[in-house]
Design a protein around this ligand. Structure first.
Ligand SMILES: CC(C)(COP(=O)(O)OP(=O)(O)OC[C@H]1O[C@@H](n2cnc3c(N)ncnc32)[C@H](O)[C@@H]1OP(=O)(O)O)[C@@H](O)C(=O)NCCC(=O)NCCS
Length: 285
């Protein structure tokens, strides 16, 4: 096998690779990931794509890693290790974060990634449950407009710990978004876009469960009766209950892991920063 640039292979080949491991990505989802990130593929001597790995450089010193796949017929023969070594050679001295499936945990542990916290992949057929009035938040929910983008980028950065301006701008173009405004200030938001089997909500950032529910609920209403997904770190909370009552119980879990700086190193201890309530995706963080 040789290593190639992910941009040099057909989208249909990447799509076939993710289908082979049971992932829901559409060709369009791969296309978006190729526009926002970089990556490599393992190609055999007749041009078949048998492996992939991508990274998303948000800052000169920080990237997420994702879309690490080995074709089922090649698994457990060292291809995952080989792909990750190539990723490391492209990303010297960078802090890395990824979301590890159960199948991949041993691979990343052996590469010195440290476990951080669980991600709950919640999905199903959306339905809107009525909420009592006293649980409604202060402020006004509005559909986000282009003029709100700078505030959304700042809110996402506060929740994620790293600014992701390019990602947020690109996601905005293909998402619908709602924001919670108090005294004209954006204090929570949630995006939702087509992905995989239906739509995905994310990113979503808020300071508490009530605000998070307020910005996610309009997306649930909009997609009632259809497949909706949301990946979150929130567990045993009002928000988690809201998700399962909205038709999106936990379907699977992945483990956030980091190499270099830990998650806590990105948190701003001085201010009561908002939290990420929905990931942009497992690969994008
Ligand atoms: C995760 C994945 C990429 C690993 O690829 P791979 O080519 O099988 O990886 P390797 O052969 O290099 O094995 C990596 C490590 O996992 C171990 N391993 C692999 N498969 C294993 C299995 N079924 N049971 C136990 N250990 C296993 C290997 O022994 C190796 O351990 P070591 O580094 O301590 O020697 C592959 O299983 C895959 O594509 N899974 C589906 C998609 C996925 O979940 N991707 C991960 C996204 S985070």
């Amino acid at each position: 096998m040789s290593v190639g640039d992910i941009r040099d292979v057909g989208l249909d080949q990447l799509h076939a690779l993710s289908i082979a491991v049971g992932w829901p990505h559409r060709a369009e989802d791969w296309q978006f990931l190729r526009e926002i990130g970089r990556g490599i593929v393992a190609v055999d001597e007749i041009g078949r794509v048998l492996g992939s790995a991508m990274w998303f450089p948000y800052r000169a010193d920080f990237s997420t890693v994702g879309m690490v796949i080995t074709s089922p017929r090649l698994q457990t023969q060292g291809t995952g290790q080989w792909l990750m070594r190539h990723v490391f050679s492209e990303l010297p001295r960078r802090d890395l974060r990824l979301n590890a499936t159960r199948a991949a945990r041993r691979l990343y542990l052996s590469l010195n990634f440290k476990p951080e916290k669980m991600v709950f992949q919640c999905q199903g057929t959306a339905r809107l449950s009525e909420r009592p009035r006293d649980e409604r938040p202060d402020g006004e929910i509005k559909a986000l407009e282009a003029g709100d983008l700078d505030a959304v980028i700042a809110c996402d950065a506060a929740g994620y710990g790293v600014e992701r301006a390019i990602l947020i701008r690109m996601l905005f173009e293909q998402s619908s978004g709602y924001g919670l405004f108090r005294d004209g200030q954006l204090c929570a938001f949630a995006f939702c876009r087509p992905f995989g089997r239906g739509h995905v909500v994310g990113p979503a950032v808020a300071s508490n469960d009530t605000d998070a529910i307020a910005v996610v609920a309009p997306h649930v209403a909009q997609h009632a009766g259809h497949f909706l997904r949301l990946d979150t770190h929130q567990d045993n909370s009002e928000f988690a209950t809201f998700l399962s009552q909205s038709g999106m119980p936990v379907y699977d879990t992945v483990l956030t892991m980091s190499l270099g700086k830990r998650l806590a190193d990105f948190a701003d201890e001085k201010t009561k920063a908002p939290a990420t309530y929905a990931l942009a995706s497992q690969a994008l963080g």
